[in-house]
Design a protein around this ligand. Structure first.
Ligand code: PLP
Length: 375
């Protein structure tokens, strides 16, 4: 099997699995217990918390462990909006966000929040002039992801933090799930960011919300008051320690990995770029490549590759069930045939060159096979 769906999830590093197992064995205690063993477990948790904030370049920020980026996005959006409701009611959001942002905001509309969408350029980046035009006294929250999960487009996070310096009331959140471990980004100006361990070779079910001022947050999961009363429930210590290790490894390997993965990206682009009816979205992070076979259905291409042992995804796996076109590709102004025929190929630091070569051969064969349907 050749795995090319790393934007969906990655294979955990062997060392990370080892850490996870070791902590389960040697530190299975509850970090909230006051006995000596509990305190030792709590110390390990604090060390991981500190390491994660440091590796992200925001050592003064607070790390709140969660079950993943979906929960982190929910925590940031729901809690900050409730806290800031006396000061305004408008949220600005890019059209490119993951459903764990867009659908939470949809739900928040029921509590009288107004949600305005920031336009997108054809290259998949947000239009910061449009953002500036929409800023007013009622805006309390802005959320723009760091890297898009469908095309890999890199968003102008530093530029947005610069713009927002004149608007101290606004909380700026970024969903950095697809950026972390892939590219360096300056998070020093954001108020909060979300991450998810399984996207950078950690374990599933572990993530974090990194917040500049945890005072601006309030819990959405209530209970025994864990995580400084911001996220109740016994903390997943093995997952948290494993996440710190995965982040360290991904950060250490990042530069080498970017170079290798960029070569893979170029290889696919030059092999497919000139084929009839093939459209490749503009590049962002080299790990994600969105390729369309105009006239075909993305699911058909995914299945044809799957039959050859190659795992990629459509950009619209869930959306196709809802008979909806992918929102990111739509926001970028793509035609229906391009959206319907799109597949997402995503590499990781573990992807091997021979695997890329084999995938290219398979893609060329599939292109030939479905030739008559292509427009
Ligand atoms: N945000 C983005 C950009 C993602 O790509 C994903 C996962 O697909 C999520 C959030 C949700 O992450 P998790 O699986 O940790 O809930």
């Amino acid at each position: 099997m050749i795995y090319m769906d790393n934007a969906a999830t990655t294979r955990p590093y062997g060392e990370v699995m080892e850490t996870f197992m070791n902590v389960n064995e040697a530190y299975y205690f509850n970090t909230a217990s006051i006995h000596q063993s509990g305190r030792k477990a709590a110390q390990l948790l604090e060390a991981s918390r500190k390491q994660i904030a440091e590796l992200l370049g925001v050592p003064d920020y607070h790390c709140i462990f969660t079950s993943g980026a979906t929960e982190s996005n929910n925590l940031a959006i729901q809690s900050v909006l409730r806290r800031k409701q006396p000061y305004g009611g408008t949220v600005l959001v890019s059209e490119l966000e993951h459903p764990s942002v867009l659908n939470v905001l949809e739900a928040m509309k029921e509590d009288d929040f107004r949600v305005n969408y920031i336009k997108t350029f054809a290259d998949g980046t947000v239009d910061t002039d449009h953002l500036k035009e929409m800023l007013n006294d009622d805006v309390i929250f802005i959320t723009v992801m760091a890297v898009n999960n469908i095309t890999g487009s890199i968003q102008p996070i530093a530029e947005i933090t610069e713009i927002l310096k004149q608007y101290p009331k606004v909380h700026f959140h970024t969903d950095a799930t697809q950026a972390i471990g892939k590219i360096n980004m300056d998070y020093a100006g954001v108020d909060s960011l979300s991450l998810s361990s399984h996207k950078f070779h950690g374990m599933k079910g572990t993530g974090a919300l990194i917040a500049k001022e945890p005072r601006t947050l309030s819990p959405i999961i209530h209970g025994g008051g864990h995580e400084n009363n911001l996220r109740s429930g016994t903390v997943n210590l093995p997952g948290a320690v494993a996440m710190a290790r995965a982040l360290r490894m991904a950060t250490e390997q990042q530069d080498v990995s970017i170079e290798r993965v960029s070569d893979y990206n170029h290889k696919v682009r030059s092999a497919l770029g000139n084929l009839r009816s093939v459209h490749i979205q503009p590049s962002g992070v080299p790990h994600i490549l969105n390729v369309s076979f105009r006239g075909a259905k993305g699911e058909v291409v995914v299945n044809a590759l799957g039959n050859r042992g190659i795992m990629v995804s459509t950009t619209s796996a869930c959306a196709s069930k809802l008979k909806k076109l992918n929102e990111t590709l739509l926001a970028m102004g793509n035609a229906r045939a391009i959206i319907e025929g799109s597949i997402r190929i995503s590499f990781s630091s573990l992807t091997q060159e021979e695997e890329v070569d084999e995938m290219i051969t398979a893609l060329l064969a599939v292109h030939k096979e479905i030739g008559e349907v292509l427009k």
